[in-house]
Design a protein around this ligand. Structure first.
Ligand SMILES: [Fe+2]
Length: 281
């Protein structure tokens, strides 16, 4: 093969591969939800909750940046798993204006609920465009409560011996996490819902021992093979996705999000996490 024709062929291959990767990242992976199944060992778990499931749904980002029928379809698939608890860890919308409140209500007709309890917290995007609009946060809270989601805003709720703590968002205007961790009960099994994993590095935890469920990073959405994610909206770049043992009795899980901010994903599939509760020995 002549050198010129070799260069031309190589260029065509690279261009073709780029086109296929681009199409995949735009049209396939953002809508290719996977259920991620994990065990959740918890201290003081009551016998009656061994084997029960906690489903985590995070960052659905309802709005105009992708076709949210995909979220409705994913919710319907999730309902078929009959979870015992469902927790929502924030960023229900990508807020532009009040249209997102109507879009969210449409999606919430298919809300996934747990047989024993359904709990939610807010993320930064639930506070409007600049993350400081309290009236938007209140409207989103009400929409969720209207369909039976117990919203924890720096508060806690105990259900069947399992204590859920819920923090309001770090970047929002109602971040008082100590109000939630004041309700940490070392005699019970405890799970904290906390949208932004950077909060794990703040001195607000009141010796918390248990699991922390977060979202916010979306796993970076784009992760070149063998390399870190390109963009992570956290200070601690170790907090990308998955399980992080914080080595002090806290185990952090960072969900890679069900929705997305921009319709692009590569090597970070959207997820719904299903934890099976077990006793920690
Ligand atoms: Fe998000």
């Amino acid at each position: 093969m002549k050198r010129r024709s070799f260069v031309k062929k190589t260029f065509q291959w690279v261009a073709g591969l780029g086109l296929v990767t681009g199409l995949y990242s735009w049209q396939i992976e953002p809508f290719w939800m996977q259920f991620v199944y994990l065990k959740m060992p918890l201290k003081n778990l009551p016998d009656s909750l061994v084997g029960k499931t906690v489903m985590q749904i995070s960052d659905v980002h309802i709005g105009n940046s992708f076709d949210y029928q995909y979220i409705i379809d994913s919710f319907k698939e999730a309902q078929e798993l009959n979870p015992d608890f469902v927790v929502y860890t924030g960023d229900y919308v990508t807020y532009e204006d009040n249209e997102q409140l109507n879009q969210l209500q449409e999606v919430l007709k298919s809300v996934v609920k747990g047989a024993l309890g359904t709990i939610g917290i807010l993320g930064n995007h639930d506070y409007g465009i600049d993350f400081v609009e309290d009236d938007v946060a209140q409207k989103i809270t009400k929409s969720l409560e209207d369909v039976g989601v117990t919203m924890l805003r720096n508060d806690a709720i105990e259900i069947n011996g399992l204590n859920f703590l819920g923090m309001d968002d770090f970047w929002g205007s109602n971040f008082y996490p100590e109000k939630a961790t004041a309700k940490y009960n070392p005699e019970k099994a405890n799970i904290t819902l906390c949208h932004n994993p950077d909060v794990c590095d703040l001195p607000v935890w009141n010796n918390f021992n248990g699991w922390i469920l977060s979202g916010h990073t979306h796993g970076g959405q784009v992760k070149p093979p063998f390399l870190p994610a390109l963009i992570l909206p956290v200070k601690n770049k170790n907090y990308d996705a998955g399980i992080k043992d914080l080595k002090d009795g806290r185990t952090l899980y960072i969900n890679s999000a069900l929705g997305c901010l921009r319709q692009v994903r590569f090597n970070v599939r959207p997820e719904i996490t299903v934890f099976e509760l077990m006793k920690k020995v």
